[in-house]
Ligand binder design. Structure first.
Ligand SMILES: [Ca+2]
Ligand SMILES: [Ca+2]
Length: 219
């Protein structure tokens, strides 16, 4: 059985007879290239692995929103909001129905006008709507949104009624928004028992739980 290398050798000899030196050189190059094919394939394989290494979708280094899916494409990647969300893929907002509005992955209903309640009544009102007194995940964005809607104080769901200074939400979510306290807050002003939380101006304030204010439900 004639191997590829022997076949090349025969070809070279035939070409030496039939063709001039330039053509022979071409044939020799083709034979050499054939022997290098395996090396070339290995190189391509390594290159493909390298591409996989920098696949930002797989590596998780993509800038897609938490509520988006990262799809690898020929030119790189594409961020697409998950079903039930809208946006450009880098920012996705939950699609909310009725009079609720979305901030990030949450939908909220704001009580407006004279619909002001103390803490316990606000908890009941939100429950009647099928939700809870709100524990926003994206506090900065939420405060901006609320300020677009009303200048009034708006009650949220965290309280430190159990242990002073330990803010606990209705769903047991820990409070991670200390950066948003208004300067000097929480202060239990003049020794008062301020165990409820409200949005006031552009930040958070601890206030008395019997105070009747507008409130925010998470649906
Ligand atoms: Ca307190
Ligand atoms: Ca206060």
């Amino acid at each position: 059985m004639i191997t590829k290398q022997r076949l090349c050798l025969v070809l070279v000899m035939v070409m030496l007879v039939l063709l001039d030196d330039v053509s022979t050189t071409v044939v020799e190059k083709q034979c050499k290239n054939r022997n290098q094919t395996a090396t070339t394939e290995a190189y391509v394989s390594v290159t493909a692995e390298n591409v996989t290494d920098v696949d930002v979708c797989q590596s998780g280094t993509h800038p897609c929103a938490v509520d988006a899916v990262c799809n690898t494409t020929r030119s790189g990647y594409q961020c697409i909001c998950k079903e039930g969300f809208e946006g450009d893929g880098y920012t996705c907002t939950k699609i909310c129905t009725g009079r609720s509005f979305g901030v990030g992955s949450q939908c909220f209903i704001l009580s407006t006008g004279y619909d002001r309640k103390d803490f316990l009544d606000a908890v009941d009102a939100c429950r009647d709507l099928g939700g809870v007194l709100a524990e926003p995940k994206q506090m900065g964005k939420l405060i901006v949104k609320i300020r677009e809607m009303t200048p009034e104080k708006v009650m949220l769901g965290w309280t430190d009624r159990q242990t002073e200074g330990e803010w606990v939400g209705m769903t047991g979510q820990p409070f991670r928004h200390s950066d948003y306290w208004i300067e000097g807050e929480p202060n239990s002003w003049q020794g008062r028992e301020e165990d409820c939380m409200e949005i006031k101006f552009d930040g958070l304030n601890d206030s008395e739980c019997h105070e009747q204010v507008n409130y925010l439900c998470e649906i």
